[in-house]
Design a protein around this ligand. Structure first.
Ligand SMILES: Cc1cc2nc3c(=O)[nH]c(=O)nc-3n(C[C@H](O)[C@H](O)[C@H](O)COP(=O)(O)OP(=O)(O)OC[C@H]3O[C@@H](n4cnc5c(N)ncnc54)[C@H](O)[C@@H]3O)c2cc1C
Length: 454
């Protein structure tokens, strides 16, 4: 039982897009906030692919949570991995604390959970060893190591067949991340690297983008998908549409067309940007409430983002599916803007409750959809207005700089982009870790997330 004199305790799990907005929205509220994250930094995931291709450095897209919140007096930051929720005792259980402690319980009056998502390998978790995702900073760095190691290996490879495999880059998934990474690898090969290598012509690198549906960027209007496809092809990316990945390993990808024809692509570099499932915290919350997560692992929340039967527990962002009063799923995209709006809504809801008021249901304000294809090329669908090319790219640039946390980061990124734009260079082309042991090391560093244990 909490002391009625003591300040209201809000525990926020996850310092990503949603959680951070919730914490910031409570800065003037008479509450004690505890923010728990397994990382000590907030990560700007939309620019991870630029780290993976050497355009930006990790510290330019990640900011320590303590630095972001240093002026917010009512918050304490705890680095640890939340494993369980005890909703009856109103506590969360943390493992992997930096001092080695495990199983530490932290009590709350209100709990806000925003743990995000992870990539799904469609039931083939063993593929993760060979097809790296771009989701965490570690995995982006692992992809960077693979890409630049492949060019180094091709440079010294005498066997032409093996050289071709080193120079073949396969990206699986034609959503915004797949399109962005394929475009960046193509620009890297075409614009940045040709003068760095002498035995190979990096412009001959083959970049294959595999998409199971009939068009790339399926969430965009068909006209913009077609424009993005043309822009990618002009950059030298080969599109394999209506093509399913049926198997892959360290040296190749096997595909199947709709007519059943199978293909075999020898490659040493596979980047995975296909389906997404909720993080394991969604399963833990569902288990704590005796409900079943949906087929993408998301836990159901009501219109006010609370868990059924637990008005003191709010969950939001990529890990939830919102249900209206009739129980129908309200479809929302897995975007930072959704998580951020939900985080701000959660803070307002807590403040309203402390005043004894009820909040109206959460309503998402759709501000549009953006994806870059390459240098000065992008597509944007903003409230039905469809733009592409340089104007869309400028919009993309402005939005990303605006949302990037921290003045210093904004300045660094603008400077870096301006420099790269003029020189077509990429300053962060470093291979860190052992290139020989690249594959093994990648497996370790690319899998920081635990599997969804339900
Ligand atoms: C490569 C990439 C590109 C993207 N590009 C765009 C884009 O251009 N535009 C856009 O709108 N969206 C984009 N997204 C999607 C966007 O990043 C997500 O929708 C958004 O991050 C979801 O916010 P969230 O708060 O739900 O989760 P996240 O921002 O992922 O935050 C989750 C936080 O929870 C922490 N956490 C997870 N589990 C635990 C645990 N057990 N214990 C403690 N802490 C935990 C994590 O460390 C993390 O800090 C992109 C995503 C990726 C991966």
């Amino acid at each position: 039982m909490s002391n009625p004199e003591a300040p209201h305790r809000v525990v926020v799990v996850g310092g990503g897009f949603g959680g951070l907005q919730a914490v910031r929205g409570l800065r003037r509220a008479p509450v004690e906030v505890t923010l728990i994250d397994r990382r000590n930094f907030h990560l700007f995931q939309p620019l991870l692919y630029q780290v993976a291709t050497g355009a930006l450095s990790p510290d330019e897209i990640a900011t320590p949570l303590r630095a972001i919140l240093k002026r917010q007096r009512n918050v304490r930051v705890v680095m640890g991995d939340v494993r369980r929720f005890d909703l009856d005792r109103r506590s969360v259980v943390i493992d992997e604390l930096p001092n080695g402690d495990q199983g530490v319980a932290i009590e709350y009056d209100t709990l806000i959970v925003a743990g995000g998502s992870r990539y799904s390998y469609f039931g083939h978790d063993e593929w993760q060893r060979f097809a790296l995702e771009i989701k965490s900073l570690e995995s982006a760095l692992a992809v960077r190591r693979r890409i630049f190691t492949a060019f180094e290996a091709a440079e010294i490879e005498q066997d032409p067949v093996r050289r071709e495999a080193w120079l073949t880059f396969v990206v699986v998934g034609g959503g915004p991340t797949g399109v962005e990474i394929a475009g960046q690898i193509a620009e890297l090969a075409r614009d940045t690297l040709p003068r760095d290598f002498h035995a190979i012509d990096s412009r001959h690198a083959r970049i294959l983008l595999i998409e199971a549906s009939g068009r790339i960027l399926p969430a965009f209007p068909a006209r913009l998908s077609a424009r993005a496809a043309r822009a990618l092809e002009r950059l030298g990316v080969t599109l394999a549409l209506d093509t399913e990945v049926v198997d892959l390993d360290q040296r190749s990808v096997c595909t199947r067309d709709p007519d059943g024809t199978t293909g075999h692509v020898p490659t040493q570099t596979i980047v995975w940007a296909a389906g997404v499932v909720a993080c394991e915290l969604a399963g833990a919350l569902a288990a704590a409430t005796g409900t079943e997560p949906d087929r993408t692992g998301r836990v159901a929340v009501r219109e006010d983002l609370t868990i059924q039967g637990h008005p003191e527990v709010i969950a939001l962002g990529d890990m939830v599916s919102v249900h209206d009063t009739t129980g129908k799923d309200v479809p929302l995209p897995g975007l930072a803007s959704v998580a951020m709006q939900q985080g701000r809504y959660a803070a307002r809801a807590v403040r309203a409750r402390l005043r004894g008021e009820r909040s109206p249901p959460f309503r998402y304000v759709d501000k549009g959809n953006l994806a870059t294809v390459g240098r000065a090329r992008a597509v944007a669908d903003i409230k039905g207005i469809q733009i592409s090319g340089t104007l869309a790219w400028m919009t993309w640039l402005t939005v990303h700089i605006f949302y990037l946390i921290g003045f210093q980061n904004r300045l660094l990124v603008i400077t870096r982009w301006a420099f790269s734009f003029v020189t077509r260079g990429r300053g962060a082309r470093l291979i860190t870790g052992s290139a020989h042991a690249a594959a093994e090391a990648d497996v370790v560093s690319a899998a920081p997330e635990r599997k969804n244990t339900g």
